[in-house]
Design a protein around this ligand. Sequence first.
Ligand code: AMP
Ligand code: MG
Length: 535
Amino acid sequence: MISPGLDSLTFDNQFVRQLPGDPNPVNTRRQVRNACYSRVVPRQAAEPKLIAWSSEVAELLDLEGDPFTTDDASAVFSGNRLLKGMDPFAMCYGGHQFGNWAGQLGDGRAINLGEIINRHQQRWMLQLKGAGPTPYSRTADGLAVLRSSVREFLCSEAMFHLGVPTTRALSLVLSGEQVVRDMFYDGNPQYEPGAIVCRVAPSFTRFGNFQIFAARGELDILRQLVDHTIRFDFPHLADHSADRYAVWFAEICRTTAEMIIEWMRVGFVHGVMNTDNMSILGLTIDYGPYGWLENYDPNWTPNTTDATGRRYRFGQQPQIALWNLAQLGQSLVSLFDSIEPLQAGIDLYSSTFNAQCHAMMLAKLGLSVMESHAEADTKLTNDLLNVMSSIETDMTIFYRRLADLRLADTTDELNDSVIDPLNEAYYVPEQLTAEYRVAAVGWLRRYRDRLQLEDISDAERRRRMNAVNPKYVLRNYMAQLAIDKADQGDYSLISDLLELLRHPYDEQPNREEFAGKRPDWARERAGCSMLSCSS
Ligand code: AMP
Ligand code: MG
């Protein structure tokens, strides 16, 4: 008998039922042609042990009766035990990695367990990451280590609670085995604990799922996959028959723009925006060497694998998303009589991004969009970014402290000391030169003038700003602290951080330690400022 909560899940595996699969059932690494997926059974983990789970995600799946307190959950969410109705498979996809076409990639260490229909008729795919090799594993082992699994688990949930579109994480299980990794590809391989995350999303389909069929000229399958995706992942487009491909592509462009704006709002750097890491649903997907901006620096990337070109640096994410959409569009050309609808989608990305990014930057300041003031407002927000990047300024703290300043409720001339409450946001006090103060106070005067057009009190401005500027984000060092403890067998900080990050916009007076600047020890430490693709 298995826990009733787990046994009552309803599976409806449309992806494998509707789409062409790989006829070869053997789990050997290979090029898989003319197929959207290969069936594959997860590898048996030696001694699976559930160490964290998200109750909100469990609720999405109607998992009741607290199945997480039983051994069954460890067995099921490691892949050791398949539930009735599961039909595990790995998807075939390709992708552009760092700007170059890389051919077949595929789920090399992700295994989809099946599609669940919950009581609200919502569809959720369950996917294990790190449950063993698949035909798409190429030269790698199909496994994941604890450090990267903790990072994926915590960040997926943190992003959700911040209001950023993302795949979710249900559970984190230790496999009970050691996995070898050369963390910085520098000839220092080490044993690390293996782990498995169960991810959950309406669909894990990526830009690369379409690209692979276009690249191979398998255009029939491309069309089948597009039709399937529209039918199951975009059911609201059912009414568009004649122009559905155009409407679909436009929606992908729009949702991608919206996702990137949210990243820019909270200071998230994905780190590896390859086209195989771009969700067709505009969800943040594949948490690898991601990071959070601490001092505001648009050139920053946490990914050491990208240190020279900095292709995926914070400030370039909007352009990269556009480039990735252009690659997706390119792979869909055979579905259209002309490229105009594709161009229209790309244009929609740019117009959506420009308009909503403008609104987002103003919202961070408690300001609303005023058409007649657009040019001056753009200058105001750009100038703030220049002030912020001119000295090491913690972006998250800066916006929260800015919300506290008295600006509307006083008619006093703003003097030098007005920026004192911002002190907490600065990393290097010596950088607070007279020149910096002149620039910062000058900007604040302009900000105050602009606030007068809004006619809002300081209290109202603070309320508005604190609703879009988080107080708590998953700073890289915080995840690292949880990993360090977990390496010692103490998993409590994972649950503590999960709880903290459930309410990222709230004041949590007893958790102030996580609202401060990155500590000095974390500045150059591996895992805090530097990460690689090795995970
Ligand atoms: P990523 O850069 O993590 O998005 O991975 C790119 C490709 O490599 C994807 O096809 C992954 O499934 C695959 N991959 C990454 N790590 C592993 C691993 N440890 N074992 C097998 N495949 C992997
Ligand atoms: Mg990936």
